[in-house]
Design a protein around this ligand. Structure first.
Ligand SMILES: O=C(CO)COP(=O)(O)O
Length: 246
C-alpha cells in the first residue's frame, strides 16, 4: 500500500497572533501538492484562530494533550476540548517534553493510548541523544520507547511516528539520508511485530533540521514517509518542503 506523504509543522513555543496569521495566509495562497497530508501545530493559545482561518485541507495539531476527560488538571487540555474545536491531531512524546518537562515513556504511552482511543491522531515522537548514538544504542533506545507504546495497545491506525534524533533538532546538524533511512527501516521492522498491516501502513516521519535543501534527498528514502519540521515551518520555505516529494 502506498503511504500518503505527511508533513507536519511544529511551531513549538514560537509566534504571535500576527506572525501566525502570516504563516496561515502564506499556506492559504500557496499551491500545495494534493498528495501530501499537511498538519500544523501552533502553540495552544493559537490553535483556534489557526483552525478558523487556515484552508480546510490542512489539519491542525496540538503540541500536547492530557489523558483525562476533564477536571482539576490545571494547565492541561483534554482530547474532547481539542475535538470540540476541530483540532484533530496532537504531537506527543516530543524530546523537548521528555527531557525538559520530564515526561517518561509511561506518561507518553498512556497519553497516546488515551488520545488514539478517543479518536485523535497522534504524531508520536522518538529519538536518541548524541551520547546514546555514540554509544551505539540508537536502536535499543528507540525500541524501548516503542515497546512502552506497544504495551498500551494503542490504535495504530491513528498514529504517525516521528523519528527525531535529539542531536539533529534545532542544531542545523541533519542526520545523513543513510542514518535516517537505517533507523526508519529498523522502526518499520519493529512494527512488523505489531502486525504486517501496521508495518505497511504506518507513516514514519523524519525530524531534525529539515529544510528546503535537504528534504528532497531524504524524501527519496523508501522508509521516510514525510517530515516533522520545526524552525523551517515558521518560514515561507515550509511550502517548498511540503512540495519536495516527487
Ligand atoms: O523538533 C523538531 C520538530 O518537532 C525539529 O526541529 P528543527 O526542524 O527546528 O530542527
Amino acid at each position: 500500500m502506498a503511504r500518503k506523504f505527511f508533513v507536519g509543522g511544529n511551531f513549538k513555543m514560537n509566534g504571535t497572533l500576527s506572525s501566525i496569521k502570516e504563516i496561515v495566509e502564506n499556506l492559504n495562497k500557496s499551491e500545495l501538492d494534493s498528495n501530501v497530508e499537511v498538519v500544523v501545530s501552533p502553540p495552544s493559545l493559537y490553535l483556534l484562530p489557526t483552525r478558523e482561518h487556515l484552508r480546510k485541507e490542512i489539519e491542525v495539531a496540538a503540541q500536547n494533550v492530557f489523558d483525562k476527560p476533564n477536571g482539576a488538571f490545571t494547565g492541561e487540555i483534554s482530547v474532547s476540548q481539542l475535538k470540540d474545536s476541530n483540532i484533530t491531531w496532537t504531537i506527543l512524546g516530543h524530546s523537548e517534553r521528555r527531557t525538559i518537562l520530564g515526561e517518561s515513556d509511561e506518561v507518553v504511552s498512556t497519553k497516546t493510548k488515551y488520545a488514539t482511543d478517543n479518536g485523535l491522531g497522534v504524531i508520536w515522537c522518538c529519538g536518541e541523544s548524541l551520547e546514546e548514538r555514540e554509544a551505539g544504542n540508537t536502536i535499543s533506545v528507540i525500541t524501548k520507547q516503542l515497546d512502552s507504546l506497544k504495551s498500551k495497545n494503542p490504535d495504530w491506525s491513528k498514529i504517525v511516528i516521528a523519528y527525531e534524533p535529539i542531536w539533529a533538532i534545532g542544531t542545523g546538524k541533519v542526520a545523513t539520508t543513510q542514518q535516517a533511512q537505517d533507523v526508519h527501516k529498523a522502526i518499520r521492522d519493529w512494527l512488523k511485530g505489531v502486525s504486517d498491516k501496521v508495518s505497511d501502513e504506518t507513516r514514519i516521519l523524519y525530524g531534525g533540521s529539515v529544510n528546503e535543501s535537504n528534504c528532497g534527498e531524504l524524501s527519496k528514502q523508501p522508509d521516510i514517509d514525510g517530515f516533522l519540521v520545526g524552525g523551517a515551518s515558521l518560514k515561507p520555505a515550509f511550502v517548498k518542503i511540503i512540495n519536495c516529494h516527487q
